[in-house]
Design a protein around this ligand. Structure first.
Ligand SMILES: [Fe+2]
Length: 267
Protein backbone atom coordinates (compact mmCIF):
# COMPACT_ATOMS: atom_id res chain seq x y z
CA UNK A 1 0.00 0.00 0.00
CA UNK A 2 0.98 3.63 -0.54
CA UNK A 3 0.33 6.35 2.04
CA UNK A 4 0.43 9.82 0.47
CA UNK A 5 -0.21 11.82 3.65
CA UNK A 6 2.00 11.22 6.68
CA UNK A 7 3.91 13.39 9.15
CA UNK A 8 6.84 11.01 9.36
CA UNK A 9 9.90 13.30 9.23
CA UNK A 10 11.45 14.25 12.58
CA UNK A 11 11.61 17.78 13.87
CA UNK A 12 9.79 19.62 11.07
CA UNK A 13 6.21 19.90 12.34
CA UNK A 14 3.85 18.37 14.92
CA UNK A 15 4.84 14.82 13.95
CA UNK A 16 7.75 12.91 15.52
CA UNK A 17 10.49 14.94 17.18
CA UNK A 18 13.40 12.50 16.86
CA UNK A 19 14.71 10.05 14.30
CA UNK A 20 13.97 7.21 16.71
CA UNK A 21 10.31 8.29 16.95
CA UNK A 22 10.14 8.44 13.15
CA UNK A 23 11.58 4.95 12.92
CA UNK A 24 8.95 3.63 15.33
CA UNK A 25 6.26 5.00 13.00
CA UNK A 26 8.02 3.38 10.02
CA UNK A 27 8.00 0.00 11.78
CA UNK A 28 4.27 0.33 12.46
CA UNK A 29 3.61 1.33 8.83
CA UNK A 30 5.57 -1.61 7.45
CA UNK A 31 3.76 -4.00 9.80
CA UNK A 32 0.42 -2.70 8.44
CA UNK A 33 1.49 -3.47 4.86
CA UNK A 34 2.53 0.04 3.77
CA UNK A 35 5.47 -0.01 1.37
CA UNK A 36 5.63 3.65 0.29
CA UNK A 37 5.06 6.77 2.39
CA UNK A 38 5.03 10.34 1.17
CA UNK A 39 6.41 12.54 3.93
CA UNK A 40 4.06 15.51 4.10
CA UNK A 41 5.23 17.98 6.76
CA UNK A 42 2.90 20.92 7.26
CA UNK A 43 3.83 24.02 5.28
CA UNK A 44 2.02 26.95 6.81
CA UNK A 45 3.61 30.43 6.74
CA UNK A 46 4.13 31.75 10.25
CA UNK A 47 3.82 28.28 11.81
CA UNK A 48 5.74 25.69 9.78
CA UNK A 49 8.20 26.79 7.15
CA UNK A 50 11.11 24.76 5.87
CA UNK A 51 13.28 24.67 2.78
CA UNK A 52 13.38 21.99 0.08
CA UNK A 53 17.01 21.04 0.85
CA UNK A 54 16.13 20.71 4.55
CA UNK A 55 13.33 18.23 3.76
CA UNK A 56 15.49 16.22 1.36
CA UNK A 57 18.31 15.99 3.91
CA UNK A 58 15.97 14.79 6.68
CA UNK A 59 14.32 12.37 4.26
CA UNK A 60 17.68 10.91 3.30
CA UNK A 61 18.60 10.37 6.98
CA UNK A 62 15.32 8.55 7.60
CA UNK A 63 15.53 6.40 4.46
CA UNK A 64 19.07 5.39 5.45
CA UNK A 65 17.89 4.39 8.93
CA UNK A 66 14.91 2.49 7.47
CA UNK A 67 17.19 0.56 5.12
CA UNK A 68 19.63 -0.19 7.95
CA UNK A 69 16.75 -1.83 9.84
CA UNK A 70 15.86 -3.90 6.80
CA UNK A 71 12.33 -2.49 6.55
CA UNK A 72 10.64 -2.87 3.15
CA UNK A 73 9.62 0.77 3.06
CA UNK A 74 10.46 3.80 0.93
CA UNK A 75 9.83 7.40 1.93
CA UNK A 76 9.31 10.08 -0.71
CA UNK A 77 9.20 13.88 -0.42
CA UNK A 78 6.06 15.98 -0.22
CA UNK A 79 4.15 18.48 1.89
CA UNK A 80 0.75 19.34 3.28
CA UNK A 81 0.27 22.96 2.33
CA UNK A 82 -2.16 25.31 4.02
CA UNK A 83 -4.27 27.68 1.95
CA UNK A 84 -2.72 31.14 2.00
CA UNK A 85 -2.94 34.01 -0.49
CA UNK A 86 0.57 33.61 -1.88
CA UNK A 87 0.19 29.86 -2.49
CA UNK A 88 0.01 30.19 -6.31
CA UNK A 89 3.32 32.00 -6.37
CA UNK A 90 5.20 29.45 -4.23
CA UNK A 91 3.87 26.28 -5.88
CA UNK A 92 5.72 25.05 -8.94
CA UNK A 93 5.63 21.70 -10.73
CA UNK A 94 8.50 19.59 -9.44
CA UNK A 95 9.04 21.86 -6.44
CA UNK A 96 9.40 20.84 -2.79
CA UNK A 97 5.74 21.48 -1.97
CA UNK A 98 4.50 18.97 -4.55
CA UNK A 99 3.83 15.27 -3.83
CA UNK A 100 6.95 13.38 -4.94
CA UNK A 101 8.02 16.66 -6.57
CA UNK A 102 5.48 16.12 -9.33
CA UNK A 103 2.27 17.86 -10.41
CA UNK A 104 -0.08 17.00 -7.50
CA UNK A 105 -0.16 18.87 -4.18
CA UNK A 106 -1.89 18.09 -0.90
CA UNK A 107 -3.82 21.11 0.34
CA UNK A 108 -5.38 21.58 3.75
CA UNK A 109 -8.24 23.92 4.65
CA UNK A 110 -8.91 25.20 8.14
CA UNK A 111 -11.24 22.84 10.02
CA UNK A 112 -14.37 24.98 10.27
CA UNK A 113 -14.34 27.31 7.29
CA UNK A 114 -13.08 27.62 3.78
CA UNK A 115 -12.31 30.94 2.09
CA UNK A 116 -15.19 32.35 0.04
CA UNK A 117 -13.52 31.99 -3.36
CA UNK A 118 -12.05 28.52 -2.79
CA UNK A 119 -13.66 26.86 -5.81
CA UNK A 120 -12.17 29.40 -8.22
CA UNK A 121 -8.90 29.36 -6.25
CA UNK A 122 -8.54 25.58 -6.66
CA UNK A 123 -9.68 25.62 -10.28
CA UNK A 124 -6.97 28.17 -11.10
CA UNK A 125 -4.30 25.60 -10.21
CA UNK A 126 -5.84 23.10 -12.62
CA UNK A 127 -5.63 25.72 -15.34
CA UNK A 128 -1.89 26.01 -14.69
CA UNK A 129 -1.35 22.22 -14.74
CA UNK A 130 -1.10 21.60 -10.99
CA UNK A 131 -3.64 19.22 -9.44
CA UNK A 132 -4.94 19.81 -5.91
CA UNK A 133 -5.62 16.88 -3.62
CA UNK A 134 -7.81 18.16 -0.77
CA UNK A 135 -6.63 16.67 2.53
CA UNK A 136 -9.37 15.12 4.70
CA UNK A 137 -12.43 17.15 3.60
CA UNK A 138 -14.49 14.84 5.83
CA UNK A 139 -12.98 16.58 8.86
CA UNK A 140 -14.05 20.02 7.67
CA UNK A 141 -17.36 21.12 9.17
CA UNK A 142 -17.99 23.54 6.32
CA UNK A 143 -17.66 20.84 3.66
CA UNK A 144 -19.86 18.55 5.77
CA UNK A 145 -22.58 21.21 5.76
CA UNK A 146 -22.08 22.11 2.09
CA UNK A 147 -21.14 18.87 0.32
CA UNK A 148 -22.62 20.21 -2.91
CA UNK A 149 -19.50 22.36 -3.47
CA UNK A 150 -17.37 19.22 -3.78
CA UNK A 151 -19.23 17.84 -6.80
CA UNK A 152 -18.14 20.51 -9.32
CA UNK A 153 -14.59 20.47 -7.95
CA UNK A 154 -14.31 16.71 -8.46
CA UNK A 155 -15.84 17.03 -11.93
CA UNK A 156 -13.11 19.55 -12.76
CA UNK A 157 -10.38 17.12 -11.65
CA UNK A 158 -9.65 17.99 -8.02
CA UNK A 159 -8.98 14.84 -5.97
CA UNK A 160 -10.10 14.20 -2.40
CA UNK A 161 -8.10 12.32 0.24
CA UNK A 162 -9.92 10.85 3.21
CA UNK A 163 -8.12 9.90 6.39
CA UNK A 164 -8.04 6.30 7.58
CA UNK A 165 -8.89 7.24 11.17
CA UNK A 166 -12.01 9.06 9.96
CA UNK A 167 -13.35 5.81 8.52
CA UNK A 168 -12.50 3.81 11.61
CA UNK A 169 -14.26 6.33 13.87
CA UNK A 170 -11.08 7.53 15.61
CA UNK A 171 -11.77 11.13 14.60
CA UNK A 172 -15.39 11.24 15.75
CA UNK A 173 -18.83 10.51 14.31
CA UNK A 174 -18.99 13.46 11.92
CA UNK A 175 -15.74 12.49 10.20
CA UNK A 176 -16.83 8.84 10.08
CA UNK A 177 -20.27 9.58 8.63
CA UNK A 178 -19.08 12.17 6.11
CA UNK A 179 -16.24 9.95 4.88
CA UNK A 180 -18.90 7.30 4.20
CA UNK A 181 -20.95 9.90 2.31
CA UNK A 182 -17.92 10.84 0.19
CA UNK A 183 -17.19 7.22 -0.64
CA UNK A 184 -20.76 6.38 -1.57
CA UNK A 185 -20.98 9.43 -3.86
CA UNK A 186 -17.74 8.59 -5.67
CA UNK A 187 -16.18 11.74 -4.24
CA UNK A 188 -13.20 10.16 -2.45
CA UNK A 189 -10.14 9.07 -4.39
CA UNK A 190 -7.42 8.23 -1.88
CA UNK A 191 -7.25 6.88 1.68
CA UNK A 192 -4.18 8.05 3.63
CA UNK A 193 -3.12 7.87 7.27
CA UNK A 194 -2.31 11.50 8.17
CA UNK A 195 -0.17 9.74 10.77
CA UNK A 196 1.60 11.80 13.42
CA UNK A 197 2.41 9.43 16.30
CA UNK A 198 1.92 5.91 17.65
CA UNK A 199 -0.91 6.80 20.00
CA UNK A 200 -3.89 8.69 18.64
CA UNK A 201 -2.77 9.40 15.04
CA UNK A 202 -1.18 6.16 13.83
CA UNK A 203 0.34 5.28 10.47
CA UNK A 204 -2.06 2.55 9.34
CA UNK A 205 -4.41 1.95 6.41
CA UNK A 206 -5.55 -1.68 6.41
CA UNK A 207 -8.55 -1.37 8.76
CA UNK A 208 -9.85 1.66 6.88
CA UNK A 209 -9.54 -0.11 3.52
CA UNK A 210 -11.58 -3.02 4.89
CA UNK A 211 -14.28 -0.60 6.06
CA UNK A 212 -14.25 1.24 2.72
CA UNK A 213 -14.65 -2.13 0.97
CA UNK A 214 -17.93 -2.61 2.84
CA UNK A 215 -19.18 0.64 1.28
CA UNK A 216 -17.80 0.60 -2.26
CA UNK A 217 -16.54 -2.93 -2.82
CA UNK A 218 -13.08 -4.35 -2.28
CA UNK A 219 -11.74 -3.65 -5.76
CA UNK A 220 -12.41 0.08 -5.60
CA UNK A 221 -11.30 0.38 -1.95
CA UNK A 222 -7.95 -1.19 -2.78
CA UNK A 223 -7.35 1.25 -5.66
CA UNK A 224 -7.48 4.07 -3.12
CA UNK A 225 -4.22 2.88 -1.53
CA UNK A 226 -2.58 1.40 -4.63
CA UNK A 227 -3.23 2.48 -8.22
CA UNK A 228 -4.64 5.95 -7.52
CA UNK A 229 -1.76 7.08 -5.24
CA UNK A 230 0.66 5.38 -7.63
CA UNK A 231 -0.66 7.54 -10.49
CA UNK A 232 -0.34 10.64 -8.31
CA UNK A 233 3.30 9.87 -7.50
CA UNK A 234 4.07 9.14 -11.14
CA UNK A 235 2.50 12.46 -12.17
CA UNK A 236 -0.06 10.81 -14.45
CA UNK A 237 -3.10 12.94 -15.12
CA UNK A 238 -6.24 11.25 -13.97
CA UNK A 239 -9.44 10.99 -15.93
CA UNK A 240 -12.07 13.06 -14.26
CA UNK A 241 -14.20 10.73 -12.17
CA UNK A 242 -17.87 11.53 -12.21
CA UNK A 243 -19.38 11.85 -8.77
CA UNK A 244 -22.67 10.06 -8.17
CA UNK A 245 -25.57 12.42 -7.44
CA UNK A 246 -27.36 9.54 -5.75
CA UNK A 247 -25.29 7.55 -3.31
CA UNK A 248 -24.52 3.90 -3.68
CA UNK A 249 -26.94 1.92 -1.54
CA UNK A 250 -25.76 0.74 1.85
CA UNK A 251 -25.62 -2.78 0.49
CA UNK A 252 -22.79 -2.78 -2.01
CA UNK A 253 -23.51 -3.87 -5.54
CA UNK A 254 -20.59 -5.04 -7.64
CA UNK A 255 -19.76 -2.32 -10.18
CA UNK A 256 -20.75 -2.82 -13.79
CA UNK A 257 -18.08 -3.05 -16.46
CA UNK A 258 -18.91 0.53 -17.49
CA UNK A 259 -18.59 1.81 -13.91
CA UNK A 260 -15.24 0.05 -13.57
CA UNK A 261 -14.07 1.69 -16.78
CA UNK A 262 -15.16 5.16 -15.68
CA UNK A 263 -13.71 4.80 -12.17
CA UNK A 264 -10.43 3.19 -12.91
CA UNK A 265 -8.83 4.35 -16.11
CA UNK A 266 -5.85 6.69 -16.27
CA UNK A 267 -4.43 8.35 -19.26
FE1 LIG B 1 -1.75 16.12 7.87
Amino acid sequence: MIDIHCHILPGLDDGPETLEESLALCRAAAADGIRTIVATPHYKPGAYEWSGPEVLKTLSLLNTAVAAEGLDLQILPGAEVAVFPELPSVLEAGGPLMLNQGIYFLVEFRPHAIPANSEAFLASFLDSGLIPVIAHPERNAWFANHPEVLFPLVRRGVLLQITAASLTGGLGPQARDFSGYLLRHNLAHVIASDGHNLDDRPVALSKAVALAADLVGEERAVTMVTTVPEAILAGRRRMVIQPLEHALPEEVRPPSLFQRFVRGIFR
